[in-house]
Design a protein around this ligand. Structure first.
Ligand code: ATP
Length: 236
């Protein structure tokens, strides 16, 4: 069992204290969300898990891998794959070429081919658009490519940074359903979102992060019914 455990993590950018004793846990098979407003520390948390920023103190452990010291390459190779905020797909490359890039840590070319086929089965819209340039896709399609590309790496734990950002409600629903389908196929999911409404519908549990610390946590249904969450994150 590979549980992700973050315990009392502190991250600084110079004098900015971005994560302040942050603690949370993601168990295998779960969908867990971190909710928080701009600047709460959500992206910093994701970057810390990927080895891109280092905690000054605290524990960041995934199974037997110490994420506080492991190299980013080794973290990806172990199956912790991060879809960053803003998607970052390559606009002059086709959908298919963008997906293939997700196989950069995978040695077996046949394995990559099988996974691309699985992505097309999961997201038929991408199969239809396999030769289309990334930059001409809609926002929702670009998000699907970003998720699909991560799946080519064979994630055990998928990190998604604001997958609903800038998308219309119907498209958000489709993206959330895709995330649910990925989870149902055995991938653990951690996502950070400002869009609490969409994400609490698919998550098992959630944490509210404010100025770098967890201020509330619980089952998603309980958070969605909590007056403080409704006030702060569900638009009253
Ligand atoms: P958003 O939803 O706006 O992306 P967030 O919850 O992801 O916000 P972070 O990007 O993690 O928040 O930022 C947390 C805090 O750290 C903020 O106060 C931010 O200004 C600060 N911060 C983030 N990156 C840097 C950096 N490279 N240098 C200095 N301060 C930073």
């Amino acid at each position: 069992m590979s549980t992700l455990t973050v315990e009392a993590a502190d991250v600084y950018y110079g004098r900015v204290h971005a994560l302040r004793g942050l603690s949370f846990e993601v168990r295998e098979g779960e969908i867990v969300c971190l909710l928080g407003n701009n600047g709460a520390g959500k992206s910093t948390t994701m970057n810390m898990l990927s080895g891109l920023v280092r905690p000054k103190s605290g524990t960041v452990q995934w199974g037997d891998l110490d994420l506080a010291t492991a190299r980013p390459w080794d973290i990806v190779s172990a199956g912790l794959i991060h879809v960053p905020e803003g998607r970052r797909i390559f606009s002059t490359m086709t959908v298919h070429e963008n997906l293939l890039l997700g196989g950069y840590t995978v040695k077996d070319q046949k394995q990559i081919g099988r996974r691309v086929d699985e992505v097309y089965a999961l997201m038929p819209r991408l199969a239809e658009r396999r030769k289309q340039q990334g930059g001409t896709l809609s926002g929702g399609e670009q998000q699907m490519v970003a998720i699909g590309r991560a799946l080519i790496g064979g994630p055990k734990l998928l990190l998604l940074d604001e997958p609903s950002m800038g998308l219309a409600p119907l498209v958000v629903k489709q993206v959330m359903e895709t995330i649910q389908a990925v989870n149902a196929q055995g991938t653990t999911v951690l996502l950070v979102e400002q869009n609490a409404r969409a994400v609490l519908k698919i998550a098992d549990r959630g944490y509210v992060v404010e100025t770098g610390s967890v201020t509330m946590s619980g089952p998603a249904a309980e958070l969605a019914a909590d007056a403080r969450v409704i006030d702060a994150y569900l638009g009253g």
